[in-house]
Design a protein around this ligand. Sequence first.
Ligand code: ZN
Length: 409
Amino acid sequence: MGDGFWFEQAATIPGHLGRTGVIHTPHGDIATPAFIVVGTQATVKGVLPRDVREAGAQAVLANAYHLYLQPGADLVDEAGGVARFMGWDGPTYTDSGGFQVLSQGAGFKKVLAMGTQGLTSDDVIAPGKDRLALVDDDGVNFRSYRDGSRHRFTPEISMRIQHQLGADIMFAFDECTTLMNTREYQERSLDRTYAWALRCLSEHKKLTDERVSKPYQGLFGVVQGAQYEDLRRKAARDLAEAEVDDQMFDGFGIGGALEKENLGTICAWVNEELPPDKPRHLLGISEPEDLFVAIEAGADTFDCVNPSRTARNGRVYTDAGKYNVDTLVNKRSFTPLDDDCDCYTCTHFTRAYLHHLTRAKELLLYTLMTIHNERYHIRLVDRIRASIEQGQFADFRDEFLGRYASGNR
Ligand SMILES: [Zn+2]
């Protein structure tokens, strides 16, 4: 791996692929498993970097597509990279923009755990709506969601943008398919994603050599293959062995269409094929029950917009299940959102106050709720990590899930 970037595995879950470890980056270490907070537009919506740090976040993930459109990757480069630009003094990730570009194609449904709760028009493009993205073997043409202007992403362009953004961990540009695509399409798409992966490695190597004064940025290959075991395993093996000019992937992302009930199975197929000495990121999950499944199956890091998106709608996560602070039962409830939580919101405010903020439509609601939900997810993954270190993963999982499932309302 590159200078200043490496992974070490520590404890394991006996009989499973799950493990603890440390991802070393030029901007700091990430103890895994870890929940990575999403800051799509170089901001975690509604909260200060100081709050994000205090909530225990180890790293923030921004989005190459959004930052390319606004303010432009060259501007972020001029500012010293995404971390410095947004005032975050820790490791950062950028995703390649592939998902955002391609999810503008028709009929796209986001990967997982998407009930109607928290779903927005960003996630689903209704059949018959105009396609904003068209894929060919060389790249993707798309129109900006902001002003309709025409753009093109290729593996080389995505790598250049991500080098300018300067995150510690970047993702290869891939084609993200849907569960609605045919098996034949998935096979063709996988060939295309593999060819793009090699082009990403080549461009990454070139840019790394050109930009010698910059800290090394790790590049993760993204494993696609939808719900097909043979395709997933082949994609993982091919990416694990991919090498261009002595450049290999520094880690891997598990992407694409996953149904909740297949999450653990698919993760295990992929992680059985991937080398244990490199980190694995699962894109786009956050529900507590999914985190346990993914970690047991060997995923090291996760990201999801869901904790902050649901927070802005008044949805509260606790060990005893989820609830809405907006409901009448909270109007005179002078207790914290979550009795077991140590976050700023839970140690300073009551449910009654948060309930008032929802009814008064006050902006502070976004800040306080986001602090709690992000802290909740970060701390849950921290507790899972501790349970693996102590050899008590299965006990912790069973106890947690029993209480969590019975309390959802
Ligand atoms: Zn809290």
